[in-house]
Write a protein that binds this ligand. Structure first.
Ligand code: GUN
Ligand code: ZN
Length: 445
Protein backbone atom coordinates (compact mmCIF):
# COMPACT_ATOMS: atom_id res chain seq x y z
CA UNK A 1 0.00 0.00 0.00
CA UNK A 2 1.28 3.48 -0.82
CA UNK A 3 1.22 6.03 1.96
CA UNK A 4 -0.10 9.52 1.45
CA UNK A 5 2.24 11.95 3.22
CA UNK A 6 2.31 15.71 3.76
CA UNK A 7 4.18 18.20 5.94
CA UNK A 8 3.20 21.71 7.05
CA UNK A 9 5.59 24.20 8.59
CA UNK A 10 4.55 27.36 10.44
CA UNK A 11 3.35 28.77 13.72
CA UNK A 12 0.55 26.60 15.14
CA UNK A 13 -1.79 26.69 18.11
CA UNK A 14 -3.59 23.82 19.81
CA UNK A 15 -5.29 23.11 23.13
CA UNK A 16 -3.87 21.05 25.98
CA UNK A 17 -6.62 21.96 28.46
CA UNK A 18 -10.01 23.59 28.96
CA UNK A 19 -9.71 27.41 29.16
CA UNK A 20 -13.00 27.61 31.08
CA UNK A 21 -11.52 25.67 34.01
CA UNK A 22 -7.94 27.03 34.07
CA UNK A 23 -6.23 30.30 33.21
CA UNK A 24 -6.85 30.51 29.42
CA UNK A 25 -3.18 30.99 28.50
CA UNK A 26 -2.32 27.72 30.26
CA UNK A 27 -4.80 25.78 28.12
CA UNK A 28 -3.19 26.87 24.84
CA UNK A 29 0.02 25.56 23.32
CA UNK A 30 1.78 27.84 20.84
CA UNK A 31 4.51 26.40 18.61
CA UNK A 32 6.31 29.39 17.13
CA UNK A 33 8.02 27.54 14.27
CA UNK A 34 6.21 24.24 14.07
CA UNK A 35 6.18 21.18 11.85
CA UNK A 36 3.15 18.94 11.39
CA UNK A 37 3.78 15.58 9.72
CA UNK A 38 0.84 13.74 8.16
CA UNK A 39 0.44 10.23 6.77
CA UNK A 40 -2.75 8.78 5.34
CA UNK A 41 -4.87 11.60 6.72
CA UNK A 42 -3.56 11.38 10.28
CA UNK A 43 -1.06 13.56 12.12
CA UNK A 44 1.95 11.40 12.97
CA UNK A 45 4.21 14.00 14.58
CA UNK A 46 3.98 17.67 15.52
CA UNK A 47 6.25 20.03 17.39
CA UNK A 48 9.20 22.31 16.82
CA UNK A 49 10.48 22.38 13.24
CA UNK A 50 14.09 22.16 14.38
CA UNK A 51 13.40 19.01 16.40
CA UNK A 52 11.33 17.22 13.74
CA UNK A 53 12.84 18.32 10.41
CA UNK A 54 14.80 15.07 10.13
CA UNK A 55 11.57 13.05 10.08
CA UNK A 56 10.24 14.54 6.82
CA UNK A 57 10.05 11.52 4.49
CA UNK A 58 12.11 11.46 1.28
CA UNK A 59 10.29 13.13 -1.56
CA UNK A 60 7.76 14.97 0.64
CA UNK A 61 7.70 18.73 0.08
CA UNK A 62 7.21 20.82 3.21
CA UNK A 63 4.41 23.36 2.69
CA UNK A 64 5.66 26.46 4.52
CA UNK A 65 3.34 29.16 5.89
CA UNK A 66 5.92 31.63 7.25
CA UNK A 67 3.33 34.33 8.06
CA UNK A 68 0.39 32.07 8.80
CA UNK A 69 -1.16 30.73 11.97
CA UNK A 70 -2.20 27.07 11.79
CA UNK A 71 -5.13 25.77 13.85
CA UNK A 72 -7.22 22.64 13.95
CA UNK A 73 -10.05 23.08 11.43
CA UNK A 74 -13.11 24.87 12.79
CA UNK A 75 -16.19 22.90 13.87
CA UNK A 76 -19.69 24.28 13.24
CA UNK A 77 -22.09 22.47 15.59
CA UNK A 78 -25.35 23.74 14.05
CA UNK A 79 -26.08 24.69 10.46
CA UNK A 80 -28.74 24.13 7.75
CA UNK A 81 -27.32 23.57 4.27
CA UNK A 82 -30.67 23.97 2.42
CA UNK A 83 -31.03 27.47 3.87
CA UNK A 84 -28.00 28.85 2.03
CA UNK A 85 -30.33 30.43 -0.58
CA UNK A 86 -32.37 32.34 2.08
CA UNK A 87 -29.55 33.73 4.22
CA UNK A 88 -30.17 37.44 4.88
CA UNK A 89 -33.98 37.43 4.54
CA UNK A 90 -35.59 40.50 6.06
CA UNK A 91 -37.97 41.29 8.83
CA UNK A 92 -39.26 38.28 10.79
CA UNK A 93 -38.70 36.40 14.01
CA UNK A 94 -38.41 32.62 14.16
CA UNK A 95 -41.86 31.17 13.40
CA UNK A 96 -42.80 33.70 10.69
CA UNK A 97 -39.29 33.52 9.22
CA UNK A 98 -39.62 29.72 8.91
CA UNK A 99 -43.00 29.99 7.19
CA UNK A 100 -42.17 32.88 4.90
CA UNK A 101 -38.62 32.00 3.79
CA UNK A 102 -37.40 28.60 4.98
CA UNK A 103 -40.22 26.21 4.19
CA UNK A 104 -40.67 27.36 0.56
CA UNK A 105 -36.93 26.91 -0.06
CA UNK A 106 -36.71 23.53 1.68
CA UNK A 107 -39.55 22.27 -0.56
CA UNK A 108 -37.15 22.47 -3.54
CA UNK A 109 -34.94 19.74 -2.09
CA UNK A 110 -37.09 16.87 -3.35
CA UNK A 111 -34.96 17.43 -6.46
CA UNK A 112 -31.59 15.65 -6.28
CA UNK A 113 -30.16 18.20 -8.74
CA UNK A 114 -31.09 21.15 -6.53
CA UNK A 115 -29.79 19.31 -3.48
CA UNK A 116 -26.48 18.45 -5.12
CA UNK A 117 -25.88 21.99 -6.39
CA UNK A 118 -26.60 23.60 -3.02
CA UNK A 119 -24.67 20.94 -1.06
CA UNK A 120 -21.65 21.56 -3.26
CA UNK A 121 -21.81 25.34 -2.85
CA UNK A 122 -22.37 24.96 0.89
CA UNK A 123 -19.37 22.68 1.43
CA UNK A 124 -17.15 25.01 -0.61
CA UNK A 125 -18.30 27.88 1.61
CA UNK A 126 -17.40 25.88 4.73
CA UNK A 127 -13.89 25.23 3.38
CA UNK A 128 -13.48 28.89 2.37
CA UNK A 129 -14.12 29.67 6.04
CA UNK A 130 -11.77 27.07 7.52
CA UNK A 131 -14.61 24.84 8.72
CA UNK A 132 -13.80 21.15 8.34
CA UNK A 133 -16.60 19.51 10.36
CA UNK A 134 -20.23 20.56 10.78
CA UNK A 135 -23.46 19.19 12.21
CA UNK A 136 -25.82 19.79 9.33
CA UNK A 137 -29.60 19.73 8.91
CA UNK A 138 -30.80 18.52 5.51
CA UNK A 139 -34.53 18.62 4.62
CA UNK A 140 -37.35 16.11 5.05
CA UNK A 141 -36.40 14.57 1.69
CA UNK A 142 -34.01 11.59 1.87
CA UNK A 143 -32.58 12.83 -1.48
CA UNK A 144 -31.26 15.91 0.33
CA UNK A 145 -29.23 13.70 2.68
CA UNK A 146 -27.89 11.46 -0.06
CA UNK A 147 -26.73 14.48 -2.05
CA UNK A 148 -25.05 16.04 0.97
CA UNK A 149 -23.14 12.94 2.05
CA UNK A 150 -22.12 12.19 -1.55
CA UNK A 151 -20.58 15.65 -1.91
CA UNK A 152 -18.92 15.47 1.52
CA UNK A 153 -17.47 12.05 0.76
CA UNK A 154 -15.94 13.43 -2.47
CA UNK A 155 -14.12 16.06 -0.40
CA UNK A 156 -13.25 13.67 2.42
CA UNK A 157 -14.72 15.96 5.07
CA UNK A 158 -15.95 14.58 8.38
CA UNK A 159 -19.58 15.66 8.43
CA UNK A 160 -22.55 14.93 10.67
CA UNK A 161 -25.94 15.22 8.95
CA UNK A 162 -29.45 13.86 8.88
CA UNK A 163 -32.91 13.92 7.37
CA UNK A 164 -35.26 16.39 9.04
CA UNK A 165 -38.25 14.71 10.69
CA UNK A 166 -41.49 16.69 10.66
CA UNK A 167 -44.99 15.28 10.68
CA UNK A 168 -47.14 18.26 11.75
CA UNK A 169 -47.37 22.08 11.75
CA UNK A 170 -45.53 22.28 8.43
CA UNK A 171 -46.65 22.53 4.77
CA UNK A 172 -47.99 19.26 3.38
CA UNK A 173 -45.12 18.90 0.88
CA UNK A 174 -42.62 19.03 3.76
CA UNK A 175 -44.25 16.48 6.04
CA UNK A 176 -43.40 12.83 6.60
CA UNK A 177 -45.13 10.51 9.07
CA UNK A 178 -43.70 8.91 12.20
CA UNK A 179 -43.35 5.56 10.40
CA UNK A 180 -42.04 6.99 7.10
CA UNK A 181 -39.55 9.22 8.89
CA UNK A 182 -38.32 6.23 10.90
CA UNK A 183 -37.98 3.96 7.86
CA UNK A 184 -36.24 6.58 5.70
CA UNK A 185 -33.85 7.54 8.51
CA UNK A 186 -32.96 3.91 9.19
CA UNK A 187 -32.11 3.35 5.54
CA UNK A 188 -29.91 6.46 5.47
CA UNK A 189 -28.20 5.37 8.69
CA UNK A 190 -27.41 1.97 7.15
CA UNK A 191 -26.01 3.61 4.02
CA UNK A 192 -24.10 6.51 5.50
CA UNK A 193 -23.33 6.25 9.21
CA UNK A 194 -19.64 5.39 9.43
CA UNK A 195 -19.23 5.31 5.65
CA UNK A 196 -15.90 7.02 4.99
CA UNK A 197 -15.89 10.01 7.34
CA UNK A 198 -19.68 10.52 7.37
CA UNK A 199 -21.75 10.35 10.56
CA UNK A 200 -25.53 10.34 10.91
CA UNK A 201 -27.64 12.58 13.14
CA UNK A 202 -31.29 11.73 13.87
CA UNK A 203 -32.88 15.13 13.18
CA UNK A 204 -36.37 15.93 14.51
CA UNK A 205 -36.65 19.64 13.53
CA UNK A 206 -38.20 20.73 16.86
CA UNK A 207 -41.07 19.84 19.18
CA UNK A 208 -43.55 21.98 17.23
CA UNK A 209 -43.19 20.02 13.99
CA UNK A 210 -43.09 16.48 15.44
CA UNK A 211 -45.95 14.56 17.07
CA UNK A 212 -45.19 12.72 20.31
CA UNK A 213 -45.20 9.52 18.19
CA UNK A 214 -42.50 10.93 15.91
CA UNK A 215 -40.36 12.05 18.86
CA UNK A 216 -40.65 8.51 20.29
CA UNK A 217 -39.60 7.06 16.94
CA UNK A 218 -36.64 9.46 16.87
CA UNK A 219 -35.64 8.25 20.33
CA UNK A 220 -35.76 4.64 19.12
CA UNK A 221 -33.57 5.55 16.12
CA UNK A 222 -31.11 7.43 18.32
CA UNK A 223 -30.69 4.33 20.50
CA UNK A 224 -30.50 1.93 17.53
CA UNK A 225 -26.72 2.38 17.06
CA UNK A 226 -24.13 3.14 19.74
CA UNK A 227 -22.54 6.21 18.21
CA UNK A 228 -25.35 8.02 16.40
CA UNK A 229 -25.93 11.74 16.81
CA UNK A 230 -29.20 13.57 17.45
CA UNK A 231 -29.83 17.22 16.64
CA UNK A 232 -32.81 19.50 17.22
CA UNK A 233 -33.77 23.02 18.33
CA UNK A 234 -34.43 23.98 21.95
CA UNK A 235 -35.81 27.08 23.71
CA UNK A 236 -34.87 29.58 21.01
CA UNK A 237 -37.80 32.02 20.92
CA UNK A 238 -40.61 33.06 23.30
CA UNK A 239 -43.48 32.36 20.87
CA UNK A 240 -41.95 28.99 20.03
CA UNK A 241 -41.71 28.07 23.72
CA UNK A 242 -45.34 29.09 24.36
CA UNK A 243 -46.44 26.89 21.42
CA UNK A 244 -44.42 23.93 22.75
CA UNK A 245 -45.91 24.37 26.23
CA UNK A 246 -49.42 24.28 24.71
CA UNK A 247 -48.59 21.11 22.72
CA UNK A 248 -46.96 19.31 25.69
CA UNK A 249 -48.76 20.60 28.83
CA UNK A 250 -47.63 17.59 30.89
CA UNK A 251 -43.90 18.15 30.44
CA UNK A 252 -41.79 19.95 33.05
CA UNK A 253 -39.93 22.02 30.43
CA UNK A 254 -39.11 22.22 26.74
CA UNK A 255 -36.00 20.09 27.33
CA UNK A 256 -38.15 17.56 29.18
CA UNK A 257 -40.21 17.02 25.98
CA UNK A 258 -37.07 15.68 24.29
CA UNK A 259 -35.72 13.98 27.40
CA UNK A 260 -38.89 11.91 27.93
CA UNK A 261 -38.65 10.74 24.30
CA UNK A 262 -35.11 9.47 24.92
CA UNK A 263 -33.46 12.28 22.96
CA UNK A 264 -31.12 13.63 25.66
CA UNK A 265 -27.76 11.89 25.93
CA UNK A 266 -24.19 11.86 24.65
CA UNK A 267 -24.02 13.06 21.02
CA UNK A 268 -27.36 14.90 21.30
CA UNK A 269 -26.90 18.51 20.08
CA UNK A 270 -29.50 21.09 21.07
CA UNK A 271 -29.46 24.31 19.06
CA UNK A 272 -29.84 27.68 20.83
CA UNK A 273 -31.00 26.78 24.41
CA UNK A 274 -31.40 30.48 25.20
CA UNK A 275 -34.33 30.38 27.60
CA UNK A 276 -33.20 27.74 30.10
CA UNK A 277 -33.85 27.14 33.80
CA UNK A 278 -31.16 25.88 36.15
CA UNK A 279 -32.77 22.39 36.23
CA UNK A 280 -32.44 22.23 32.45
CA UNK A 281 -28.70 22.99 32.55
CA UNK A 282 -28.34 20.41 35.33
CA UNK A 283 -30.12 17.79 33.21
CA UNK A 284 -27.90 18.64 30.20
CA UNK A 285 -24.86 18.12 32.40
CA UNK A 286 -26.18 14.79 33.72
CA UNK A 287 -27.00 13.47 30.24
CA UNK A 288 -23.69 14.75 28.68
CA UNK A 289 -25.51 16.32 25.74
CA UNK A 290 -24.28 19.44 23.92
CA UNK A 291 -25.66 22.92 23.35
CA UNK A 292 -24.94 24.78 20.10
CA UNK A 293 -24.50 28.52 20.72
CA UNK A 294 -25.50 30.43 17.58
CA UNK A 295 -24.91 34.12 18.30
CA UNK A 296 -25.31 35.60 14.81
CA UNK A 297 -28.63 33.77 14.41
CA UNK A 298 -29.88 34.79 17.84
CA UNK A 299 -29.11 38.44 17.08
CA UNK A 300 -30.53 38.26 13.53
CA UNK A 301 -33.89 36.75 14.64
CA UNK A 302 -34.00 38.75 17.90
CA UNK A 303 -34.19 35.49 19.84
CA UNK A 304 -32.22 36.48 22.94
CA UNK A 305 -28.81 36.13 24.58
CA UNK A 306 -27.40 32.65 25.32
CA UNK A 307 -26.05 32.43 28.90
CA UNK A 308 -22.72 30.84 28.02
CA UNK A 309 -21.09 31.15 31.43
CA UNK A 310 -24.15 29.69 33.16
CA UNK A 311 -24.03 26.77 30.72
CA UNK A 312 -20.33 26.01 31.29
CA UNK A 313 -20.43 26.66 35.06
CA UNK A 314 -17.61 24.42 36.39
CA UNK A 315 -19.91 23.09 39.15
CA UNK A 316 -22.02 21.27 36.54
CA UNK A 317 -20.49 22.06 33.15
CA UNK A 318 -22.60 21.55 30.04
CA UNK A 319 -20.86 20.87 26.71
CA UNK A 320 -21.09 23.87 24.36
CA UNK A 321 -20.03 24.40 20.75
CA UNK A 322 -20.53 27.29 18.37
CA UNK A 323 -22.97 27.19 15.46
CA UNK A 324 -23.40 29.50 12.51
CA UNK A 325 -27.05 28.40 12.06
CA UNK A 326 -27.09 29.45 8.42
CA UNK A 327 -29.67 30.65 7.12
CA UNK A 328 -30.81 32.42 10.33
CA UNK A 329 -27.15 33.04 11.07
CA UNK A 330 -25.49 35.72 9.02
CA UNK A 331 -21.95 34.40 8.60
CA UNK A 332 -20.32 31.11 7.64
CA UNK A 333 -17.20 32.23 9.48
CA UNK A 334 -16.47 30.74 12.89
CA UNK A 335 -14.16 33.74 13.39
CA UNK A 336 -17.10 36.08 12.93
CA UNK A 337 -19.25 33.81 15.10
CA UNK A 338 -16.66 33.99 17.90
CA UNK A 339 -16.68 37.77 17.61
CA UNK A 340 -20.46 37.88 18.03
CA UNK A 341 -20.30 35.36 20.90
CA UNK A 342 -18.01 37.81 22.69
CA UNK A 343 -20.57 40.63 22.29
CA UNK A 344 -23.44 38.36 23.40
CA UNK A 345 -21.41 37.36 26.49
CA UNK A 346 -21.32 41.04 27.49
CA UNK A 347 -25.11 41.23 27.29
CA UNK A 348 -25.82 37.97 29.11
CA UNK A 349 -23.88 38.24 32.36
CA UNK A 350 -20.82 39.41 34.22
CA UNK A 351 -18.18 37.24 32.56
CA UNK A 352 -16.63 38.13 29.21
CA UNK A 353 -15.67 35.53 26.65
CA UNK A 354 -11.87 35.36 26.38
CA UNK A 355 -10.35 34.94 22.91
CA UNK A 356 -8.67 31.67 23.90
CA UNK A 357 -12.00 30.38 25.20
CA UNK A 358 -13.66 31.38 21.92
CA UNK A 359 -11.11 29.48 19.81
CA UNK A 360 -11.53 26.46 22.13
CA UNK A 361 -15.31 26.54 21.57
CA UNK A 362 -14.70 26.45 17.80
CA UNK A 363 -12.16 23.58 17.92
CA UNK A 364 -11.23 21.35 20.89
CA UNK A 365 -14.30 22.27 22.96
CA UNK A 366 -16.66 21.51 20.08
CA UNK A 367 -14.91 18.17 19.52
CA UNK A 368 -15.45 17.29 23.20
CA UNK A 369 -19.06 18.43 23.00
CA UNK A 370 -19.55 16.03 20.07
CA UNK A 371 -17.57 13.23 21.79
CA UNK A 372 -15.17 13.30 18.82
CA UNK A 373 -12.14 14.61 20.73
CA UNK A 374 -10.05 11.53 19.89
CA UNK A 375 -10.46 12.31 16.17
CA UNK A 376 -10.73 16.07 15.58
CA UNK A 377 -10.32 19.48 17.23
CA UNK A 378 -6.64 19.46 18.22
CA UNK A 379 -3.23 19.15 16.57
CA UNK A 380 -1.61 16.07 18.07
CA UNK A 381 -0.26 12.68 16.93
CA UNK A 382 -3.09 10.32 15.99
CA UNK A 383 -5.57 13.10 15.25
CA UNK A 384 -7.18 13.47 11.85
CA UNK A 385 -5.34 16.04 9.73
CA UNK A 386 -8.06 18.72 9.36
CA UNK A 387 -6.39 22.12 9.61
CA UNK A 388 -6.92 25.74 8.70
CA UNK A 389 -4.22 28.31 8.07
CA UNK A 390 -5.09 31.82 9.23
CA UNK A 391 -3.58 34.98 7.73
CA UNK A 392 -3.23 37.67 10.43
CA UNK A 393 -2.50 40.28 7.72
CA UNK A 394 -5.37 39.38 5.38
CA UNK A 395 -6.58 42.96 4.95
CA UNK A 396 -4.85 46.34 5.29
CA UNK A 397 -6.66 46.96 8.57
CA UNK A 398 -5.72 43.54 9.98
CA UNK A 399 -2.12 43.97 8.85
CA UNK A 400 -1.96 47.27 10.68
CA UNK A 401 -3.74 46.14 13.84
CA UNK A 402 -2.01 42.77 14.23
CA UNK A 403 1.41 44.47 14.09
CA UNK A 404 0.50 45.91 17.48
CA UNK A 405 -0.49 42.62 19.11
CA UNK A 406 1.53 41.99 22.26
CA UNK A 407 0.30 38.44 22.93
CA UNK A 408 -1.33 35.44 21.29
CA UNK A 409 -4.55 36.25 23.17
CA UNK A 410 -4.49 39.74 21.68
CA UNK A 411 -3.88 38.36 18.17
CA UNK A 412 -6.70 35.82 18.49
CA UNK A 413 -9.08 38.51 19.74
CA UNK A 414 -8.28 40.76 16.78
CA UNK A 415 -8.81 37.82 14.40
CA UNK A 416 -12.21 36.97 15.88
CA UNK A 417 -13.31 40.59 15.97
CA UNK A 418 -12.17 41.69 12.51
CA UNK A 419 -11.67 38.38 10.73
CA UNK A 420 -13.78 36.47 8.24
CA UNK A 421 -13.26 34.26 5.17
CA UNK A 422 -10.52 36.59 3.93
CA UNK A 423 -8.35 35.37 6.83
CA UNK A 424 -8.44 31.75 5.68
CA UNK A 425 -5.30 31.22 3.60
CA UNK A 426 -5.74 27.45 3.29
CA UNK A 427 -7.84 24.58 4.56
CA UNK A 428 -6.49 21.02 4.80
CA UNK A 429 -8.90 18.08 4.99
CA UNK A 430 -7.89 14.49 5.66
CA UNK A 431 -4.26 15.47 5.06
CA UNK A 432 -4.94 17.07 1.67
CA UNK A 433 -5.00 20.71 0.63
CA UNK A 434 -8.76 21.21 0.09
CA UNK A 435 -8.87 24.98 -0.31
CA UNK A 436 -6.28 27.64 -1.04
CA UNK A 437 -7.24 31.30 -1.06
CA UNK A 438 -6.63 32.78 -4.49
CA UNK A 439 -3.58 34.99 -4.71
CA UNK A 440 -4.89 38.60 -4.72
CA UNK A 441 -2.35 39.41 -7.47
CA UNK A 442 -3.84 36.69 -9.68
CA UNK A 443 -7.49 36.48 -8.57
CA UNK A 444 -8.53 34.18 -11.40
CA UNK A 445 -5.91 31.55 -10.45
N1 GUN B 1 -36.37 26.02 14.76
C1 GUN B 1 -36.94 25.08 13.98
N2 GUN B 1 -36.41 25.10 12.74
C2 GUN B 1 -35.48 26.05 12.74
C3 GUN B 1 -34.59 26.55 11.73
O1 GUN B 1 -34.55 26.08 10.59
N3 GUN B 1 -33.76 27.56 12.11
C4 GUN B 1 -33.78 28.09 13.37
N4 GUN B 1 -32.94 29.08 13.67
N5 GUN B 1 -34.61 27.65 14.31
C5 GUN B 1 -35.45 26.65 14.01
ZN1 ZN C 1 -31.15 25.87 13.30
Amino acid sequence: STSRAAALRGRFITFTGNPFTMPPQEALHVEEDGLILIANGLITHCGAYDALRGLVPEGVTVTHYPDGLISAGFIDTHVHYPQLPVIASWGEQLLEWLEQYVFPTEAQFSSPEVAQAVARAFLQELLRNGTTTAAVYCTVHPESVTAFFQESEKLGTRMIAGKVLMDRNAPENLRDTAQQGYDESLKLIETWHGTGRQLYAVTPRFAITSTPEQLEAAGALFRSREDLFMQTHLAENEAEIAFVNSLFPDRASYLDVYDKAGLAGPRAIFGHAIHMEEQDFQRCHDTRCALAHCPTSNLFLGSGAFRLFDAVDPHRPVHVGLGTDIGAGTSFSLLGTMGEAYKVSLMAGKQRLHAIQAFWLATAGAAQALHLETKIGTIAPGMEADLCVLDPAATPLLALRTQHCASMADLLFVLMTLGDDRCIKATWVDGRLAYARPDPAHPAG
